[in-house]
Design a protein around this ligand. Structure first.
Ligand code: SF4
Length: 457
């Protein structure tokens, strides 16, 4: 049986392969209708987060800050936070405000839940739900921050339902707005009712309009959030999520909503598992249109298999995404040589070993790692393909290894929100991109190699 090698790295990260917790939590709130985020900390934190989200999605993004300065840091930032909440309410009139902490706020011991309660600001700002989410930047990654926020939002709205409904919850991560639109198309083909949470399909990919709207449209609504506890099941793309962070697990344990934990529907097997879950919950056949798309994907996989066999890939990013992408590579004959994430609280090694047991692949798996380590091992292992977000572009430039982009952030290419990766259609587009990148790389050096082999000396 192939056994992947998990490497322990020196406990020093230079250019870590992750972002901080409030980044992930802010992304979660972007998928809630009419919501704003207020970050309790210094202005730099909100600027960093705003800039990343804005350049990835090419949408105007507002993230408020309580602007903690020296005075607030020494004497406590309660006054800044309360004033910040009032300002956000006055300027944006949102229905929901997510309050997130930062390294600074947590280090000086700010208890945002207590401050909000004791100050009475919540009752003063009637009609606005204020949801505090502790997200110490240094404690974990944006992946953890994202799920912590999802769980807090679900727990805020979920109540014991009077009657069960016939809808499913679909809790998502690492998807683009185009992916979410595809998810809706797939669910519509099954003719089922659903709540997608969080839904960034419009909030982070809005159609052009004349003039500037301070607020975007779309997102999961409050009533959709409230009915999540009444669903007949939850499908959660949280295969790697630690149990304590899973909103789907919370709904199951608290309200008996059965949880179907699935990997992201990327690749043949990943998509199969998602469709089978819907089919099982509703006792429905998989729609013909999706069966045909599966057949087309299988046909294309056969066509490109011989070309993909040359791939030796470094796959990096969030645990959920790299698990799904690794599976897509494996089922297409692309060898995952290095699989890396900056997050450490996930069962990546265990889950991948199960998948790899059928193949002779023996990848190096890096957890809690940085790009310096990824670069060193990528060169050592003679890889010819990088798959991940824009933060790997320096390895691409320095080592001349092509980069196929997926994940967050992508700010050195245009159109990240329009990329489709999920379902049979999206997986096939992504596979074609990988295969064509391998072909280009091969042809780039092909003539030189042949010349040196057969005509020099
Ligand atoms: S790591 Fe800490 S200081 Fe830096 S942006 Fe995140 S919360 Fe702010």
């Amino acid at each position: 049986m192939a056994k992947s090698k998990s490497r322990n790295l020196v406990n020093l990260n230079v250019n870590p392969c992750k972002m901080c917790m409030p980044m992930g939590a802010a992304l979660a709130f972007e998928g809630v209708e009419d919501s704003m985020v207020l970050i309790h900390g210094s202005q730099g934190c909100s600027t960093y987060i705003r800039r990343h989200i804005a350049t990835h999605f090419n949408e105007p993004i507002d993230i408020a800050s309580s602007s903690l300065s020296e005075q607030g840091t020494v004497y406590g930032g309660a006054a800044n936070l309360v004033q910040g909440l009032k300002n956000v309410a006055a300027i944006y009139s949102p229905k929901v405000i997510g309050v997130l902490t930062t390294c600074l706020a947590e280090t000086i011991g700010e208890d945002i839940t207590h401050i909000i309660k004791e100050s009475g600001v919540a009752s003063e700002l009637k009609g606005i739900d204020i949801i505090p989410v502790p997200t110490p930047g240094y404690a974990a990654s944006e992946y953890n921050g994202y799920f912590v926020a999802l769980k807090k939002i679900v727990a805020f709205y979920a109540r014991e339902p009077k009657v069960k409904t016939n809808h499913i919850n679909v809790i998502v991560t690492d998807l683009t707005p185009a992916d979410i639109r595809e998810l809706k198309r797939i669910l519509s083909l099954f003719e089922v009712e659903y709540t997608i949470f969080p839904d960034i399909s419009e909030t982070l990919d809005a159609p052009y309009k004349k003039g500037f709207d301070i607020k975007t449209e779309g997102g999961t609504t409050k009533s959709q959030l409230r009915r999540m506890s009444a669903a007949i099941a939850t499908i959660e793309f949280g295969w790697m999520t630690p149990l304590g962070l899973s909103p789907g697990r919370y709904l199951e344990e608290t309200f008996d909503v059965p949880l179907y934990s699935c990997p992201l529907p990327i690749g043949l097997n990943g998509t199969d598992l998602f469709l089978e879950a819907i089919s099982k919950i509703y006792d429905k056949q998989i729609p013909v249109e999706l069966k045909k798309a599966r057949g087309r994907m299988l046909d294309a996989m056969i066509d490109s298999h011989k070309l993909n066999r040359e791939g030796r890939a470094v796959i990096y990013g969030n645990p959920e995404l790299i698990y799904a992408v690794s599976n897509l590579c494996i089922e297409n004959g692309i060898e995952p040589v290095v699989i890396a994430t900056g997050t450490d609280t996930n069962p990546l090694v265990e889950q991948l070993d199960q998948q790899l047991s059928r193949y002779r692949y023996n990848p190096i798996i890096l957890k809690d790692c940085d790009f310096e380590s990824i670069q060193e091992i990528a060169v050592e292992q003679k890889t010819n393909l990088l798959i991940g977000n824009s933060d790997g572009k320096f390895i691409k430039e320095k080592e001349d290894i092509p980069l196929v982009r997926i994940g967050f952030p992508i700010h050195d290419n245009i159109g990240a929100s329009r990329q489709l990766y999920i379902g049979y259609e999206g997986s096939l587009r992504f596979l074609d991109l990988i295969t064509n990148t391998l072909i280009d790389k091969k042809h780039e050096a092909y003539r030189d190699k042949m010349y040196n082999k057969y005509f020099v000396n």
